[in-house]
Design a protein around this ligand. Structure first.
Ligand SMILES: Nc1ncnc2c1ncn2[C@@H]1O[C@H](COP(=O)(O)OP(=O)(O)O)[C@@H](O)[C@H]1O
Ligand SMILES: [Mg+2]
Length: 219
């Protein structure tokens, strides 16, 4: 089933602003069973929708969902707030948009094949940090050149897996050509992860030339 198949239409765009895109859902759409034996929960926060825009498709993620009449006691018309992420053109996903969808644009739900296409862009790089939280059959691949040309910090509470994440990233990187990584391992925790591939130096074995030190370090 192609991305823009009529059976996947869930609603249409009714408002577009700098802060987001609003979609009014068709009346018959709440939970629509789809191909591949999956049930697609339309409007689930974090799910993806597609909107055609000239020769490409805008990919957006659902950030809010509401029943517009429920507060006045006549529930029925449901709306979604979606945030555009990028465009899909000939099977390639690009972050960012040059044009937003126009009012009245049809909005399509995404199935596994669409999501695979969206997230396939950097599959060739063979650099992946994990699976998508809302689509756990799909690994998320990144462009390593872009990833490592920025500063990176790994945050989390103690025991949440920061050190393991860093070790895993660097283990992947060492398989790329011409990569050299120098790691300052203050707590001596990374040696087991790089025993086979790395050159682990111990500070006590390190000989520093005297001209590198200042007077206090020398005496
Ligand atoms: N992705 C993961 N899956 C399962 N267990 C993990 C994962 N990442 C880390 N762990 C385990 O969680 C524990 C804490 O991980 P660690 O990387 O030392 O956390 P942190 O550096 O954030 O304190 C370790 O026992 C580690 O084996
Ligand atoms: Mg740690």
């Amino acid at each position: 089933m192609s991305t823009l198949d009529d059976a996947k239409i869930i609603g249409s765009v009714y408002e577009v602003s700098n802060s987001g895109i609003s979609v009014i859902l068709n009346d018959d759409v709440i939970i629509k069973p789809m191909a591949y034996g999956n049930t697609y929960k339309v409007g689930q926060i974090g799910s993806y929708v597609v909107m055609p825009e000239s020769d490409r498709s805008i990919i957006a993620t659902v950030v809010a969902c509401s029943d517009m009449g429920a507060r006045e006691g006549h529930p029925g018309k449901r709306s979604l707030q979606v945030k555009a992420l990028g465009t899909l053109q000939t099977g390639r996903f690009e972050r960012g948009l040059s044009a937003l969808p126009v009012i009245g644009s049809q909005v399509y739900m995404t199935d596994d094949a669409d999501l695979r296409a969206i997230f396939a862009t950097y599959r060739g790089s063979n650099f992946s940090l994990g699976v998508l939280s809302n689509f756990d059959q799909e690994r998320l691949y990144l462009d390593p050149n872009k990833f490592f040309s920025k500063h990176i910090a790994v945050f989390g509470s103690t025991g949440s897996g920061k050190s393991s994440t860093v070790a895993s990233i660097l283990q992947k990187v060492q398989h790329f050509d011409n990569t050299h990584v120098v790691m300052l391992d203050m707590h001596g925790e990374y040696a087991p992860a790089f025993r086979e591939s790395g050159n682990v130096l111990n500070i006590t074995d390190l000989e520093l030339p005297y001209w590198l030190m200042n007077f206090e370090e020398l005496v």
